[in-house]
Design a protein around this ligand. Sequence first.
Ligand SMILES: NC(=O)c1ccc[n+]([C@@H]2O[C@H](COP(=O)([O-])OP(=O)(O)OC[C@H]3O[C@@H](n4cnc5c(N)ncnc54)[C@H](OP(=O)(O)O)[C@@H]3O)[C@@H](O)[C@H]2O)c1
Length: 248
Amino acid sequence: MKAVGYSIGFLIFRIMETKKIALVTGANRGIGFAVAKKLLKKDITVIVTSRSEKDGQQATEKLSQFGKAVYYQLDVTDEKSIAACYAFAKAEFGKLDILINNAGINYDTHQNIENADLDEVLTTFKTNTLAPLKIIQTFLPLLRNSDKARIVNVSSGSGALASQDGTTPGYSLSKLGLNGVTLAFSNQLKGEGILVNSVCPGWVRTDMGGSNADRSPEKGAETIVWTALLEDKSMTGKFFRDRKEIDW
Ligand SMILES: NC(=O)c1ccc[n+]([C@@H]2O[C@H](COP(=O)([O-])OP(=O)(O)OC[C@H]3O[C@@H](n4cnc5c(N)ncnc54)[C@H](OP(=O)(O)O)[C@@H]3O)[C@@H](O)[C@H]2O)c1
């Protein structure tokens, strides 16, 4: 009995004492890579994830100069992959302080709401909306082991209600849905002090944003990281850009 008491006490001590642990999806390039770099520079341990193991390992090698970067393969649309990543994080760290749902696809400028291919819309929803939902569901037990758990869903101004003008229908509706996921979890988890917010990074020079975008990935990552480190417990269920609230 004493031994059990001791080991539970030790476990709690370990959870309280270890550094913050963050997980970033799609961290091999673009905004996700820049977010991982910023978190590492703040002495936060980062679980760098990507769907391609080769790309992710290469990114982790580069990121390792900034702090403790640990790689794990994660295809956000694959429930088995999500479960395996959860098992890894649980065994390795026993908690998760920061979850950044960054992976996203398909800024579908080639179609509009009148002619949108619904298979394509569905595929976009699976990555941009349902995957973050499943990842939050799965990682909740580890987030509950943190005393300051923060979930950041990387959304877009295209997901705002006022932006629903019929263009980029798969992308815009999927980010509108992602904002719904943010609101639903923020209300569900408010009593537990787990903050859940959406962030629009602005127009960023990545493969998705293109070379004409006005922001660097580092600039795009800024408010995502700021949101991941919010102290004020009332700051949940919000949509931020440039550290300011914007309309849903
Ligand atoms: N760039 C912008 O202007 C802008 C503006 C507003 C919002 N955003 C949002 O910011 C986030 C990051 O975008 P970005 O500009 O950095 O785009 P990006 O350069 O195209 O990178 C997208 C990332 O998502 C990953 N990804 C896609 N599907 C995945 C899957 N099934 N499993 C795991 N990872 C997956 C990609 O991995 P692979 O390398 O394997 O493809 C890549 O790492 C997205 O949610 C995007 O919607 C971007």
